[in-house]
Design a protein around this ligand. Structure first.
Ligand code: K2U
Ligand code: ZN
Length: 156
């Protein structure tokens, strides 16, 4: 699967609310494959469809240890479709984040340390999970992208 161009700050697609996925078809599978290869090539830990110019409510989380988060869990990439946040802990943690759409920028962001989320897999199956720490941070960062929100809008 080839990589896709990544939208950067100023491109309208990054400010729009993504649309729910209703067709779990081959086109969706192909999009997720291209998002994954784009993510891996960019050495990111997450990527959302709007970042590759698609307005679908889809993102991929792929935590792995990195210089900023050396104890980040190594996990198989998770495709998240039509996500919703059911619960967020009031306890927040400040952490440094980057964004593939905002090159050479690192911003400290406060995020809930624990969240309960619901989403569909690439086969349309509903999952409900509790996420903590860095993986919760990635989920919230990508979920923001689906609402047209980036780090720049969250910066205090
Ligand atoms: O732009 C994106 O959505 C991908 C970000 C995701 C991210 C989420 C939470 C915290 C940091 C980044 C990229 O992974 S940016 C590259 C990166 C990788 C590891 C740590 C920091 C930045
Ligand atoms: Zn981002």
């Amino acid at each position: 699967a080839l990589t896709l161009p990544i939208a950067t700050t100023g491109e309208p697609i990054l400010t729009r609310v993504a649309k729910p996925v209703t067709e779990f078809n081959q086109q969706l599978v192909q999009l997720t494959q291209q998002m994954l290869s784009t993510l891996l090539a960019a050495k990111g830990v997450g990527i959302a469809a709007p970042q590759v110019h698609s307005n679908m409510a889809v993102f991929i989380m792929a935590s792995h240890p990195n210089e900023r988060y050396p104890d980040a869990p190594k996990m198989d990439p998770i495709v998240v479709i039509n996500p919703s946040i059911i619960e967020q802990s009031s306890q927040q943690v400040i952490g440094e984040e980057g964004c593939l759409s905002i090159p050479n920028t690192r911003i400290n962001i406060a995020r809930a340390d624990q969240i309960t989320v619901k989403y569909q897999t690439r086969y349309g199956q509903w999952q409900q999970q509790t996420l903590r720490g860095f993986v919760a941070r990635i989920f919230l960062h990508e979920y923001d992208h689906l609402q047209g929100i980036t780090l720049l809008e969250r910066e205090q």
